[in-house]
Design a protein around this ligand. Structure first.
Ligand code: NAP
Length: 529
């Protein structure tokens, strides 16, 4: 496919006139010559948002089977891009081809999962309470509730997953599945990848005969276009993955609109790993080695990277630190996504290393002459230092982590209580640790969206039971997940219908159940067959 640098607004190719930008190759530290992307501004936001608003009623009322076929068609079109997509993403992100192939499979799988979710119809949460005309002292009306989409959704793709959390990623797939039109603001770190995937979605919209405004892709330099998008009255919700600073800025903007809207922002998390005494005594070396593998995977550029390790001090913790350090020492430096992310990683390490009482105990292989290549690092300090130094809780986005030595279990509990909200917490436990783990669990449930045992948090399965979310600041809204089937709930709201005649009700609530969905009828689940 010959790619140009125009935006995709509905079915049109639109050249932005608010400046030009080329994509950047972080591995060679140089611009990619072709194409030159034209940046958009508020005029393009207006055009895309008007189209999305016009498409909304028609798209949300499209048959569920058509919605599912559309999501599956996007998946097919992405696969049809073949090696061109992988090569472009590799050039723009520095991520290895194998990782990107895996991410493409995940993206395609995610779209297909939402196809299934739409066909099942569970997400509509159809619920019927029949009228009770003879009820005393007052009769009850016929009450029925089902979910409807909020309206057009703005999506800000993530830099660290150029496919699975970007143009056709989880936010877009779940919003489209909900029946919402989507406008994506492409991440400036992978403009060409965004354009390729955006074209795959545009083709599916055209091929399926869907309304033009179902999908648009915009490019914007600086903050202007993103701000105009979040401020536009036609936009009813925002999906974002990125920095805490960026997420908070968009939340503030959304809250000061004449009509405030929800921003589902996934921001920063340091994903504490707890090493319990018996697990450490039995397998400190194995845990240390596996930890180093998890920390350095993908140059540590995962929102679930294990950035903090906590344990009661002692010789077994020393064994862990030694093993993790030895494993890290042979880890090669890896290219990071952008020079900005590399600089932020370096200054994060510098700030951590500068805290009095923090010792750097291990480093990965140096980068040598390679530009933007992250050298892994492991730091150690004590619990009192962590409690007194908020900067040690800041996310170092990259392959660096801090080990915290607690005096005793009581001090460990104090640290846990002090921690900010997290996407994940991990317990390394053996059978004899279960009683201690049980003491920690109630606090951990208040702090994190996912609690895992004897694994590592990197690797987020896309399935029905996944939660990729958590209390602030890991996300802006702990009630939802941005990965997995229930991510669709972020873009839906319930509408209750009281005493409406059958032919005015949405299909999910009609007497004959024409969609054949599971329903809760008078308090009992009823299967469609
Ligand atoms: P980012 O700077 O927050 O950018 C994410 C997206 O939001 C980009 O499209 C960006 O536009 C846009 N944006 C950011 N602030 C905005 C604002 N105030 N108004 C309008 N649009 C705004 O994140 P990033 O570039 O991906 O990475 C920077 C840092 O974020 C990393 O160093 C890391 O600390 C953190 N990060 C965290 C996660 C996570 O999952 N927790 C993931 C990725 C990054 P542009 O494209 O024009 O910049």
């Amino acid at each position: 496919m010959t790619m140009n640098g125009d935006m995709l607004i509905g079915f049109s190719s639109v050249r932005g006139t608010e400046g030009e930008q080329r994509a950047f190759n972080p591995a060679s530290n140089s611009e990619i010559a072709d194409p030159v992307f034209g940046m958009g501004g508020s005029a393009e936001v207006e055009r895309a948002a008007s189209l999305a608003a016009a498409a909304f009623d028609s798209w949300r009322n499209a048959p569920l089977a058509q919605r599912a076929v559309f999501l599956e068609a996007i998946a097919e079109n992405i696969l049809a891009l073949g090696d061109e997509l992988i090569e472009r993403a590799q050039a723009e992100t520095g991520l290895p081809a194998q990782r990107l192939q895996g991410e493409r499979a995940r993206t395609v799988g995610q779209l297909r999962l939402f196809g299934k979710v739409v066909r099942d119809g569970h997400f509509l949460a159809a619920t019927i309470d029949h009228a009770q005309p003879a009820r005393e002292p007052l009769p009850r009306a016929d009450l029925r509730v089902a979910k409807v989409p909020l309206g057009p959704v703005a999506v800000f793709g993530a830099s660290n997953f150029p496919l699975a959390f970007s143009v056709a990623g989880g936010d877009t797939a779940s919003a489209l599945a909900a029946g919402a039109p989507v406008i994506v603001k492409a991440h400036s770190a992978h403009l060409g990848t965004s354009k390729l995937v955006g074209s795959a979605i545009q083709k599916a919209v055209k091929d399926q005969g869907l309304p033009e405004g179902t999908f648009s892709l915009l490019f914007g330099a600086g903050r202007k276009l993103g701000e105009a998008l979040v401020s536009h009255p036609a936009i009813k919700a925002v999906g974002f993955t990125g920095s805490r600073q960026g997420g908070l800025a968009l939340m503030r903007l959304a809250n000061t609109r004449p009509e405030p809207i929800p921003v589902y922002a996934e921001m920063s998390s340091i994903n504490p790993v707890f090493l319990f005494p018996h697990a450490l005594a039995n397998r400190a070396e194995a845990i240390g080695k596996a930890f180093a593998d998890s920390l350095t995977m993908g140059a540590g550029q995962f929102c679930t990277n294990p950035g903090l390790v906590l344990a009661v001090d002692g010789p077994d913790l020393d064994r862990f630190v030694e093993a993790a350090g030895a494993a890290l020492a042979s880890k090669p430096a890896q290219t990071m996504l952008t020079p900005g992310i590399f600089d932020a990683y370096c200054s994060g390490k510098q700030s951590t290393g500068a805290v009095a009482g923090v010792t750097k105990v291990a480093e990965g292989e140096p980068a040598g002459e390679r530009p933007n290549a992250a050298q892994a690092a492991l730091y150690v300090t004590d619990a009192a230092r962590l409690l007194a130094s908020p900067e040690l809780e800041a996310e170092m986005f990259g392959p660096a982590s801090v080990v915290i030595r607690a005096r005793d279990f009581g001090e460990l509990l104090e640290v846990v209580e002090h921690l900010e909200g997290q996407l994940t917490v991990t317990l390394q436990i053996d059978a004899a640790d279960v009683a201690d783990a049980k003491r920690l669990l109630p606090t951990l449930e208040r702090k994190a969206g996912r609690i895992l045992a004897n694994g590592f948090p990197t690797g987020v399965e896309v399935c029905h039971a996944m939660v990729h979310g958590g209390p602030y600041p890991s996300t802006s809204n702990a009630m939802f997940t941005s990965v997995g089937a229930t991510a669709i709930d972020r873009f839906l709201r319930p509408v209750c219908y009281q005493d409406l005649p059958d032919n005015l009700l949405p299909d999910a609530l009609r007497a004959a159940n024409p969609l054949a969905v599971w329903r809760l009828v008078d308090g009992a689940p009823v299967s469609p067959v």
